[in-house]
Design a protein around this ligand. Structure first.
Ligand code: 5GP
Length: 186
């Protein structure tokens, strides 16, 4: 699992390292947040209405889910099953609470915390500015709180330089895959 504050560059680093690991596949999360320009349903997220998301919660279809800055996000068990059936190790990208929850359920799951300097986080979140400014303020506050949790995860990758951080992430994944551990819940 790759976790860390929003704006740390988790998604970018994952995209940089994925081509190096044919056996690893990203799990597509479900969310109730509005689709951003350029995002595709079923590729970046499964975009669900609040009612559909709630129905799946009640049916026990989520490995984990959270409320995050006014929207809901979750990992569907079916998504993990689908990737495993295809012979892939699922790579999950989660905010910190969800990552901790999966780790509590499965101690073999590996957690990698991606961090960045606070000024950089703020700059990226403002640049991403697709939410209202209110949501951005909340995202920045949440990101600062999440930075303090980094000691609770298996690895920390500092995303100060993209290429260096991608190499560090790839080295961790190599080590863990070779150790026969999985990058996600069993
Ligand atoms: P964004 O709205 O920027 O795409 O995502 C907001 C945050 O939610 C990010 O930190 C992202 O990693 C996290 N996130 C995305 N999918 C999931 C999920 O399935 N579960 C949890 N717990 N967090 C998620």
């Amino acid at each position: 699992m790759v976790t860390g504050p929003s704006g740390a560059g988790k998604g970018t680093l994952i995209q940089l390292v994925l081509p190096r690991f044919p056996d690893l596949a990203p799990a597509v999360s479900a969310t109730t947040r509005p689709q951003r320009p350029g995002e595709e349903d079923g590729v970046h997220y499964h975009f669900l209405s609040p009612d559909d998301f709630q129905a799946k919660v009640e049916a026990g279809e989520f490995l984990e889910y959270v409320d995050y800055v006014g929207n809901r996000y979750g990992t569907l068990n079916s998504e993990i099953d689908r990737l495993r059936a295809a012979g892939k190790a699922p790579l999950l990208e989660l905010e910190t609470e969800g990552a901790q929850r999966v780790k509590r359920r499965d101690d073999h799951a590996v957690t990698i915390f991606v961090t960045a300097p606070v000024e950089e986080l703020e700059r990226r979140l403002r640049k991403r500015a697709t939410e209202s400014s209110g949501a951005i303020g909340e995202r920045i506050e949440t990101a600062k709180r999440q930075l303090e949790l980094q000691g609770q995860f298996d690895y920390v990758v500092e995303n100060d330089d993209r290429e260096r951080a991608a190499d560090a992430l790839a080295a961790i994944i190599t080590q863990e895959l070779n150790g026969a551990a999985t990058m996600a819940a069993q």
